[in-house]
Design a protein around this ligand. Structure first.
Ligand code: SF4
Length: 377
């Protein structure tokens, strides 16, 4: 009875697999409740205190694949070092990567840097104001362009990311497989239909993401607190648990490996990850003794690091050993003082290994402290 009354009052849309038809009065059913909720309960995030496209862009790139709380720390640190797009453009890539270190997906940092240089060199330091113009910049795709255009310039551009996708799919009871540009296309169309055309497009998009992040969560949505509860078809039809229809995640694969801390005369060897490897361009400890390097003394385990990268879970033991002979450094190799590591952009396991380094070995020992070391098998 209650559901029937809700349906007639809100005139919910007809949601079919092929076509997502907008409500007869989208403003009343979706836009106004969402904006009213956002004014009251939207998240206060550092990048929302400005309409400047530069911090909005930086935050959007950081937020891809990274939790909001983690991004908050990085965002502030990054903006202190690169306060304007011109500052970012003028920096060298190694410095940008150092400030990105820990966020992962370093290709995004490189593209951010390249895009900043393009904004400066091609657009005189001024961001394009349309989604189409923004998409000419490296690394800016459909979502990021829509986010910047709507939030910074109030352009009526839609956005679809994990949170807004889930909310919209549930809102219209869309249970078809999602994922990829093809799977998500119907929701992009829906988002374009519902985003306000005259003003508040940015607030609307941010409200959608916030509802997805804090109310319409994947496992335990709090429908009773949702500003869209009256309009929501998945709720009315008791299908919330079945929507969205997402592809199953890839299984995690387990790996074991060994990282080598090779000492020579108070210096240790680090290698730069190459193209095609995880963390391309970042520095790490070698996983095998490089050609021409002659080791001496016992191998000693000085610790272990476990880390996850993409869908791999890696157990890495850390072995220290002295080097009696080393050839000239090759490209992508450096023998450095431990103190130099702080300024280098390192992989996540590399940084953790650097933080556990024992003092350099003295002659005749293999590099581990007595307390920490045990003989490696
Ligand atoms: S009513 Fe429930 S399922 Fe529907 S959008 Fe709100 S939280 Fe999500």
């Amino acid at each position: 009875m209650q559901v029937a009354r809700q349906r007639s009052r809100t005139a919910a849309p007809r949601a079919t697999a092929a076509c997502l038809v907008a409500w007869p009065d989208t403003q009343a059913a979706v836009v106004r409740p969402l904006l009213a909720w956002y004014r009251r309960a939207g998240r206060d995030l550092p990048w929302r205190r400005s309409r400047d496209p530069y911090p909005i862009w930086v935050s959007e790139v950081m937020l891809q694949q990274t939790q909001v709380e983690r991004v908050k720390e990085y965002f502030q640190h990054f903006l202190e070092r690169f306060p304007t797009v011109a500052d970012l453009a003028a920096a060298d890539e190694a410095t940008v990567l150092r400030y990105w270190e820990g966020l992962g997906y370093y290709r995004r940092a490189r593209q951010l840097h390249a895009a900043a240089q393009q904004v400066v060199s091609v657009h005189a330091g001024v961001f394009p104001q349309t989604a189409a113009g923004l998409r000419t910049l490296p690394g800016i795709g459909r979502y990021t362009a829509g986010a910047i255009a709507s939030i910074a310039y109030d352009q009526p551009e839609p956005i679809i990311e994990a949170n807004s996708r889930r909310v919209l799919a549930r809102l219209v009871g869309y249970d078809q497989p999602l994922g990829g540009s093809r799977g998500d296309e119907p929701l992009w169309q829906l988002a374009r239909q519902v985003v306000p055309k005259r003003r508040a497009a940015g607030k609307f998009n941010q409200a959608l993401m916030d509802v997805g992040a804090i109310i319409c969560t994947p496992q335990q949505p709090r429908c009773e607190a949702c500003p869209l509860a009256t309009a929501c078809l998945a709720r009315q039809q008791d299908r919330v648990a079945d929507i969205p229809n997402l592809p199953t995640t890839r299984p995690v694969r387990e790996f074991r490996e060994t990282a080598l801390v090779l000492w020579h005369g108070g210096r240790l060897l680090v290698q730069q990850r190459q193209s095609g490897e995880w963390w391309e361009g970042l520095w790490d400890f070698p996983r095998q003794v490089p050609e021409g390097v002659v080791t001496s003394g016992r191998r000693r385990q000085v610790g272990a690091v476990n880390y996850t990268v993409t869908h791999h879970r890696v157990s890495c033991r850390v072995i220290a050993q002295t080097v009696s002979e080393r050839p000239r450094s090759r490209r992508g190799q450096r023998w450095v003082q431990p103190s130099e590591l702080a300024a280098m952009a390192m992989t996540a396991p590399g940084r953790r290994i650097a933080s556990m380094l024992p003092p350099p070995p003295t002659a005749g020992t293999s590099g581990g402290t007595k307390a920490a070391a045990r003989t490696a098998r």
